[in-house]
Design a protein around this ligand. Structure first.
Ligand code: NAD
Ligand code: TDX
Length: 338
């Protein structure tokens, strides 16, 4: 086992959804660890996501992971990096793929080169979407051995970044691990994504929108379970290894839509069917046996309706956090017919 005990962590994309939840998780569970967050604050980043993290534990730097000089300077000051920063939304990647290639591929390359120069422990955050999709009736789930078969501009750039990490480990000996996680939900997720889009639609008096036939399946995991898994891999993972993260949460979109509507006091069919996403992946499903067996990780938020109710409450109580982005987000979807 490679044991890493980080005292100073660089967290890229730490002002986004999963990155900020990870920073809060580390602040709560490892108050001795200092964190430097590097985030460009794109439309998806929000400094308010870091409110409440103790000042003495956090340094925030606004900047681009493609900025070689800045990345080099920050890398020299830490003993490990957890790399969350990415362009993360499939629909955006279909409308305009260029920022995905730049941030997800070139940005990861820039970080890897700096980690190579400084001998920094590197944990790369990736997605189950690199494996493509499964048929609804396929008994199989993704494992670490599943061949890569990405469908969208987003997932293909994530797949490319995973390949760079593997090569930098094998060729240059960078002390790197990769995790590929399933769909996250929880507080502070951008309202372009499925669950918060529907919650904020209902709160704003807009009918929720379901793509295609609504039968696509996603494997949902609470963002805090993703954070605890990343910590386990960062601190106990074997260099060069990939770990799949998932919590056995397969659900089709129509069921999740009905869950949201019912939990918010609406009829379960009070939504609009809209145009399907081009190339829409049918089903994702993760087998996380390796992570559970080798590193002893277990999810702790397995009651989806309880997690969903907490998430709905968060958006109800934090209207100021999402209100400004709502009109612009829905305008983008209107152009796509979604
Ligand atoms: P997000 O879009 O909410 O956050 C991304 C963050 O990265 C933002 O704060 C943004 O400002 C920052 N960023 C973007 N480009 C940057 C650049 N060039 N330089 C510096 N910062 C930049 O995304 P998320 O949902 O929190 O996803 C985080 C990571 O987790 C991504 O790598 C994503 O591929 C991966 N992932 C996400 C999910 C999911 O369900 N959301 C599942 C598995 C893996
Ligand atoms: O309004 C909607 N209606 C709808 O039916 C939206 C926004 C989505 N959908 C469907 C598309 C998907 O089948 O819901 C499902 C989930 O959609 P997204 O939230 O866009 O997530 P997905 O495309 O599955 O990708 C997510 O999980 C893997 C994250 O955005 C990625 O960053 C992560 O890698």
């Amino acid at each position: 086992m490679t044991i890493c005990e980080p005292t100073r962590l660089l967290v890229t994309g730490g002002a986004g959804f999963i990155g900020s939840n990870f920073v809060h998780w580390v602040a709560t569970h490892h108050p001795e660890v200092k964190m430097v967050v590097l985030d460009k604050l794109t439309y998806a980043g929000n400094l308010a996501n870091l409110d409440g993290v103790p000042e003495e534990q956090l340094t925030f730097v606004q900047g681009d992971i493609c900025d070689e000089a800045l990345v080099d300077e920050l890398m020299a000051s830490v003993d490990a990096v957890v790399h969350f920063a990415a362009e993360s939304h499939n629909d955006n990647s279909i409308a305009d793929p260029a920022p995905f290639v730049r941030t997800n591929v070139e940005g990861t390359f820039t970080l890897l080169e700096a980690a190579r120069r400084h001998g920094t422990r590197f944990h790369h955050i990736s997605t189950d979407e690199v494996y493509g999709d499964l048929a609804l009736d396929d008994p199989a789930r993704f494992t670490e051995e599943t061949p890569y078969h990405p469908s969208s501009p987003y997932s293909s750039t994530k797949a490319a970044s995973d390949m760079l990490v593997r090569a930098w480990h094998r060729t240059y000996g960078v002390n790197a691990t990769i995790s590929n996680c399933s769909n996250n939900y929880g507080p502070r997720q951008h309202i372009e994504k499925f669950i918060p889009r529907q919650i904020t639609n209902i709160l704003a008096g807009i009918r929720p929108k379901l793509y295609g036939d609504g039968l696509n399946v996603r494997d949902w995991i609470h963002v805090d379970d993703h954070s605890s898994a990343v910590w386990a891999i960062l601190t106990q993972g074997q260099a060069g290894e990939t770990y799949l993260i998932g919590a056995d949460g397969e659900r089709d979109n129509r069921t999740v839509m009905a869950d949201i509507l019912t939990a918010m006091g609406q009829e379960s069919d009070a939504f609009d069917w809209v145009r399907d996403r081009p190339g829409h992946d049918r089903r994702y499903a993760i087998d996380s046996t390796k992570l559970r067996r080798e590193l002893g990780w277990e999810p702790t938020h397995q009651d989806f309706s309880e997690g969903l109710a907490d998430t709905i409450r968060w958006y109800q109580e934090n209207e100021a956090w999402w209100q400004d982005a709502k009109a612009a987000t829905e305008q983008k979807y209107q152009k796509l017919g979604q």
